[in-house]
Design a protein around this ligand. Structure first.
Ligand code: NIG
Ligand code: FE
Length: 402
């Protein structure tokens, strides 16, 4: 099936810098692949296509990639939000047995269908703002049975929606109550169940939460060694609330990405640069936890570490379903340029998920793109609380309202 999309302004992001504009551009798509990208005026003569679409001068960018979410869980944590407004800190709540652990209880109590339908609604909200690829982490099941249930729900979302889903096993997210005081035993249990999750093809990458309220670098290392033995790539929730040297540890294992990074040190930046890891910055969590320590954006830029931006959707620290708001916050809070923000949610986010076939409008790449009702790509970071998404094409097919 060959499709022609014409009369659009293309933002290809094809080079390392610049928007890669093609005014009055056209795209030829063969099935799910971009076959031709260029100016309308240069379309090959005598071209025959199965379908032709006119984009009315809309602006077309690569599909958005939300490379860090915790989309599958039960319940919500609005009461915890109130407690934080009254003065409790995120760490106080976690140490008192609330926080992630309360979501674990709600997730374990929810049936598979309830987990699926709640996560489906969240995915649809992300898709409505142009998301075509999405990472979903486990980490609210925290037992072999419940982690597998959550990862199966994530896989099913990818099968039933016009969306690519990458799954990440984050069993080392928090200590479940049945392992109280026995964190090393819990890590041993995680290392023991990873092979069966992998054998069921439920895991694309392995993550951990390396932090004083979660797991130590030594415990994180054990999880990474198991992942490595299975041939699975790693990523890490690192330096969110303090500097534990997690990024340097992840870099030793050639991590795809390190995520959060507010407390990342210069040594951590250099280790990531050497390993080629992507820095995934999460302005939603920074905002919602009212953090004041900014991630070291200037040092990451200077070292050439690619920066990605994601929603970090989760019920505790970032209950947002707006990738566009994250582009705005990446600029207002972290001082990224609008171009850096868009690269952060397209090409660099794809790299954080090891999806090398997407993220730019380039011949040979997957035909995931979005038509926006805006004149310039800087508007994607400028408007907030407004969604100018006009059409979404995922894998070459225009997505209908689901
Ligand atoms: O990415 N930092 C750890 N994990 C999540 C929050 C999880 C929660 O509070 O439920 C995050 O911010
Ligand atoms: Fe997270």
């Amino acid at each position: 099936m060959r499709t022609l999309w014409r009369n659009a302004h293309l933002v290809t992001l094809a080079e390392a810098n610049g928007w890669g504009f093609i005014r009055r551009g056209a795209l030829i798509v063969d099935d799910a692949t971009l076959r031709w990208v260029g100016s309308d005026a240069d379309l090959p003569a005598g071209l025959s296509v199965d379908a032709e679409h006119h984009l009315d001068g809309e602006l077309v960018t690569p599909g958005l990639v939300d490379c860090h979410t915790h989309l599958v869980y039960g319940g919500q944590r609005a009461r915890e939000f109130e407690l934080r407004l009254e003065g409790a800190s995120y760490e106080d709540i976690a140490n008192a047995g609330g926080g992630i652990r309360s979501t674990v209880a709600a997730t374990r109590a929810a049936g598979d269908g309830a987990l699926f339908y709640a996560a489906r609604l969240r995915a649809l909200a992300l898709m409505a703002e142009g998301v075509t690829s999405l990472e979903i982490k486990s980490g609210y099941g925290l037992s072999a049975l419940h982690e597998a249930r959550c990862l199966r729900v994530a896989r099913r979302l990818g099968e039933e929606l016009a969306l690519t889903v990458r799954t990440t096993c984050l069993s080392a997210h928090a200590l479940p109550p049945e392992f109280e005081g026995r964190a090393d035993d819990y890590i041993a249990a995680v290392c023991a169940w990873l092979p069966s999750l992998h054998a069921e093809k439920l895991v694309d990458a392995v993550d951990a939460f390396c932090e004083r309220i979660a797991f130590t670098p030594a415990q994180t290392r054990r999880v990474f060694e198991t992942a490595h033995a299975l041939g699975l790539p790693v990523k890490l929730h690192a330096e969110q609330l303090s500097d534990s040297g997690g990024a340097a540890l992840a870099a030793e294992f050639g991590a795809l990405s390190c995520e959060h990074l507010e407390y990342l040190s210069e040594a951590g930046v250099q280790a990531m640069a050497k390993a080629g890891s992507v820095a995934v910055l999460l302005p939603g969590a920074y905002y919602f936890l009212r953090e004041t320590q900014l991630p070291p954006v200037a040092a990451l830029r200077a070292a050439g570490v690619p920066i990605a931006i994601a929603t970090d959707h989760n019920p505790g620290s970032s209950p947002t379903l707006s990738p566009l708001l994250m582009l705005n916050m990446a600029c207002t809070l972290f001082r990224l340029t609008p171009e850096e923000a868009l690269r952060g949610m397209t090409v660099n986010a794809a790299r954080a998920l090891d999806l090398r076939d997407r993220g730019t409008l380039t011949v040979g790449r997957r035909a995931d793109f979005v038509a926006w009702n805006v004149e310039h790509p800087n508007e994607l970071s400028y408007w907030f609380g407004y969604n100018p998404c006009a059409r979404v094409i995922a894998g070459g097919k225009e997505r209908s309202a689901e």
